[in-house]
Design a protein around this ligand. Structure first.
Ligand code: TYD
Length: 227
């Protein structure tokens, strides 16, 4: 079972929920993996997961919504598919792991829908947030790590990775620019719940700053339960 060497006994059963967010090519997956390794070596039980995906139905939705070749997907359908994947993820994976006291690290969460579908597709950030609060029954991260990337840098990094661009990644730079600003606005509105870092900083520097912040979170007593 979960052995927590930093948090107090009274908060052990609640777990900690951390989301990584940022534009395409920001390096979220690398940093999520680094954080998971570091926390495991400190004795924590860590669940690393991602969106869209994280459950069998979520992985199917992931390929439907991201792959080219399923014909046109209108913006509302796209938003509902991401929200459906997230509902399954929150209920089947994230909440049970938190109840066991794990540190849950997800690569993308609600902010991605608010930024990509709300701002990028123009569906409205408040509307998309409302849809996702309903889908997850208001399950919010304790901390969101936002890796801020300029659209041009993100595209350069993705091209260097040479894995081909999915439906969202292949949108033009102005789409990615709206997304970047939406992420920054979300962080500015609730600064205590965000760590915003420039994605271009060296990998080691970013990993160190993220771990430092997460350790503070693990040491601080958490009041109240989850909705
Ligand atoms: P991601 O898994 O980060 O891409 P990759 O594994 O290729 O690096 O995200 C997939 C894409 O889906 C990305 O372009 C962002 C987009 N997305 C949304 O538009 N809305 C969402 O709610 C989520 C979770 C992702």
């Amino acid at each position: 079972m979960f052995l927590c060497n930093l948090r107090s006994v009274t908060t052990q059963s609640r777990g900690i929920f951390i989301a990584f967010e940022g534009g395409d090519g920001a390096g979220k997956s690398t940093q999520a993996a680094r954080l998971a390794e570091a926390l495991e070596s400190l004795g924590h039980t860590v669940l690393r997961t991602r969106e869209p995906g994280g459950t069998p139905i979520g992985e199917k939705l992931r390929s439907l919504v991201l792959d080219h070749g399923h014909g046109t997907i209108d913006a509302r359908t796209e938003a509902l598919m991401f929200a459906a994947s997230r509902a399954a993820h929150a209920h089947q994976v994230i909440r049970p792991a938190l109840a066991e006291g794990a540190v849950v690290i997800t690569d993308r969460y609600i902010d991605s829908s608010v930024a990509y579908q709300g701002a990028g597709r123009g569906l409205g950030t408040a509307e998309v947030r409302g849809l996702n609060e309903w889908a997850t029954e208001n399950l919010e991260p304790d901390l969101t790590v936002l890796l801020d990337v300029h659209p041009e840098d993100g595209r350069e990094r993705r091209t260097a990775g040479n894995t081909g661009e999915d439906r969202l990644e292949s949108e033009p730079d102005d789409f990615h620019s709206r997304i970047r600003h939406a992420f920054l606005e979300l962080a500015a509105a609730r600064p205590a719940s965000y760590l915003v870092l420039p994605a271009n900083d060296p990998v080691e520097v970013l990993a160190g700053r993220i771990l430092e912040r997460v350790r503070l979170l693990l040491e601080s007593p958490v009041t109240g339960g989850r909705p």
